[in-house]
Design a protein. Structure first.
Lengths: 62, 192
């Protein structure tokens, strides 16, 4: 698997761990251009900071 | 690999009904007291009656800063829910729906409460798919409080059925284990 660059915590600056993805199908209504047509929704990534517990949610890179 | 278990766990308890005369309040306070006895665990009670969420919108548009901060800090949740017409209180769902990222890959334990003999088994069953969609991970111990009016002194709220102490001990042991494992996963195990 290719190594991806780790996110930095916007709260404390520590390196975050990317541990989950979720398909948000409701956003097909509000952001049709962002929808991954094969998956039928927008893929969101979840990153957790091991230092301060901050959770970052962001759209997955396509 | 080392597991960062030096940090304490935060396991808030959510009281899921605002109704007057609610017996679930006795259950939630009992659960909170039991969680407080766990070494290395911090807790706090969140009562949907006092959280004050507007009902003119829903979801992440109406986040409550203190509640969302607590959910982000949480390693696991305990939800105390009475069974109303075989379902969960609408206000509980309304409150839970205000967050998502705060819940992902965190443990949840469900405690059902009923005046009848089934102990909220149906509210627990009906909450399971909701928990899954919110990204929470359920455990296979539940808390069930049937005939709740007999389990607590209605005047003082004191527990009068001591068997619940041991039952909740088992439930919390499993919840803490799951909370530790999932915290390790969130912090250390990348999605590949």
């Amino acid at each position: 698997m290719p190594t991806r660059e780790k996110s930095r915590c916007p709260s404390c600056g520590a390196e975050m761990n990317f541990h989950a993805e979720k398909l948000d199908v409701s956003r097909a209504l509000t952001e049709p251009d962002a929808v991954d047509s094969e998956l039928g929704g927008v893929v969101e990534e979840f990153h957790t900071c091991p230092v301060c517990k901050f959770v970052l949610e962001r759209g997955a890179a396509r | 690999m080392t597991v960062a278990l030096d940090k304490s766990l935060f396991i808030p308890v959510i009281l899921g009904t605002p109704r007057q005369g609610r017996m679930s309040e006795h259950v939630a306070k009992f659960v909170l007291a039991q969680v407080e006895t766990l070494p290395g665990v911090e807790t706090e009670l969140f009562d949907v009656r006092t959280l004050s969420f507007p009902t003119t919108d829903a979801g992440e548009q109406i986040k409550h800063p203190a509640f969302s901060d607590a959910m982000m800090r949480a390693d696991a949740l305990v939800i105390v829910a009475p069974e109303y017409n075989h379902g969960y209180p609408g206000i509980l769902k309304h409150v839970l729906d205000t967050n998502l990222k705060e819940y992902v890959h965190k443990a949840v334990g469900l405690v059902g409460v009923s005046a009848g003999p089934w102990g909220g088994t149906r509210v627990v069953q009906n909450l399971l798919p909701v928990m899954r969609e919110l990204g929470l991970v359920t455990i296979f111990w539940d808390g069930n409080f049937p005939n709740v009016q007999r389990a607590f002194d209605p005047a003082t709220g004191a527990l009068v059925e001591p068997a619940y102490v041991r039952r909740l001990e088992k439930f919390l042991r499993e919840l803490v284990w799951m909370a530790k494992v999932l915290r390790y996963g969130r912090e250390k195990v990348p999605l590949e």
